[in-house]
Design a protein around this ligand. Sequence first.
Ligand code: AGP
Length: 615
Amino acid sequence: MCGIVGYLGPRDAWSTVLDALRRLEYRGYDSSGIAVLTPGGRLEVHKSAGKVRELTAPGGRPGPKGHLGLGHTRWATHGRPTDANAHPHTDCKGRVAVVHNGIVENYLQLRERLQTGGHAFTSETDSEVIAHLIEEGLEGGLGFEGAFLSMKEHLLGSQAIVAAMEGAQEKTLMAARLGHAGGIVLSHRPGEAAVSSDLAALLPLANSVTFLEDGETAVVREEGIKYLGQDHQDVLKTPQPVPQGTTWAEKGGYRHFMLKEIMEQPQAVAGALRDRVDFQRGEVTLDALPLTDAEVRDIRRVVLVGCGTSLYAAMVGRHYMEELAGVNAEVDSASEYRYRNIHVDRRTLVVSIGQSGETADTLAAMAAVRGKGGRLVTICNAEGSQATRLAEGTLYMRAGPEIGVASTKTFIASLTVLALLAIHLGRVRGALSPEDSRRLLEEMARLPNQLGGILAGREAYGALARRYHRFDDFLYMGRGITHPIALEGALKLKEIGYIHAEGYPAGEMKHGPIALIDPRMPVVAVAPQGSLHGKMANNVKEVKARDGSVIAVVSQGDRELASQVDEVIEIPACHEMFTPMLAVAPLQLLAYYIAVRRGCDVDQPRNLAKSVTVE
Ligand code: AGP
């Protein structure tokens, strides 16, 4: 988590860094800060708890003048979100300023040793040790570059660091990446350079970019960037053009990014389908898939991994693999998978899913798969992200930037890509006939329109929210392919509405959760037509028999079930495999309108960040 940025060049450093921080705020937003190297060669630091928009120099004055600066937007790991714990952190004399993303795992030992040596700490963070370690190197007679490199040798853990040093001559930013958690991207144009955790921050500054790999350091100066490898030897890097389509989103008249992104879901599905489908021949072409047809036929097992909403997409993906591709499939949370003794080989296809491509656990799971010789494909929304560089091939979601912390359109885009992948595998492996495949693809082509219809009725969810926003507990239930949708609906309500919500497989209700049912806990039943519809209808009856109130997502025309529940949400009839795409939209809207009614910060919910770059 945390966004870091550094700038050096002719522009005003304060406002350039501030603008970059606004673009990075999705990575964390509990406090922020900027350090500027003033013309007198002093480092002036301003930082405070709160969002980037609250960051000003004291008394609301304009920020200090200067042409070198670094900044940070924080998601607290070590130490509460206070002014003192905000970055940049400095050494005892304020000669060095540091911004940091990641965790210094051995910071307690380092802090103790530095304190014993006389260093005075002003924050509770792990990050502050970095500034003092650089100071230690400077006191030992090293220059800034040497002191920075020596500091790196002491750190354990995965992280990204940018540092600056005082002195009128010291027009240098040092940047380093250790491990997989903290990405670092750099740009250079004549007389101007910038560094950040993420490409989004550099968009106004960059035509081409480079990325640091694990263990690498960059010495950033006006005249150019020098790259050093793990052993401090020079490394040559060729800048890559900024990936086309990398843009920054605006709210476009919507009150929140989340609502805009929910409304963009028809385009997200269409974008994921674009150029990949031959409807006449019933074929899917995935140019980025790094497997030959012979290798596809040879696959024995597909493993799908991700975190949060991407994990729920993976759970839907398992059904696609089993039903459409005709292959054994498993699903796992990347945070668990990374620590297991996994057995993968060239006949195991691992598919990682992640909108950001920067989730630390997902990256670690991917690295484990590569280390053990499995085949690795990622489904990702962010071009140039770390996941896309770790995988053998990337199937892009093409959903466009998603800014709201709650994933919405990237979920639907993930499902679309997963379905395409499964249909492709199914065709090549002979599990699907051309007719089956054509029929499925035709059904998929209808999804944007069907979704558009659901979203056009969004005002109805405002009314529903008026009736339900005061409840403290919700239970969501689904079965088979709608079970992950129940989990996703509950996650949306938790993360943006701060309401306790549990997602459950309806078949498990009698094994415990049914004891919770009473009129104070609404049950959201995801029950569209499908092979398990009758079973779901029975579960709904059992809830009603115990005085539970039920909000049911049903297929249009399902009068029987509609007559038994308290609230009915209808979705168009579609192939069972695609009910997740249609059923999730109402649950996103329900959570959104409830959160708005409760006065929650929908786009930036408390304690969360868009990219979870620490484990
Ligand atoms: C979703 O609404 C959440 N914000 C979160 O669970 C998210 O899906 C998770 O952190 C994974 O992110 P990724 O898709 O970028 O890997």
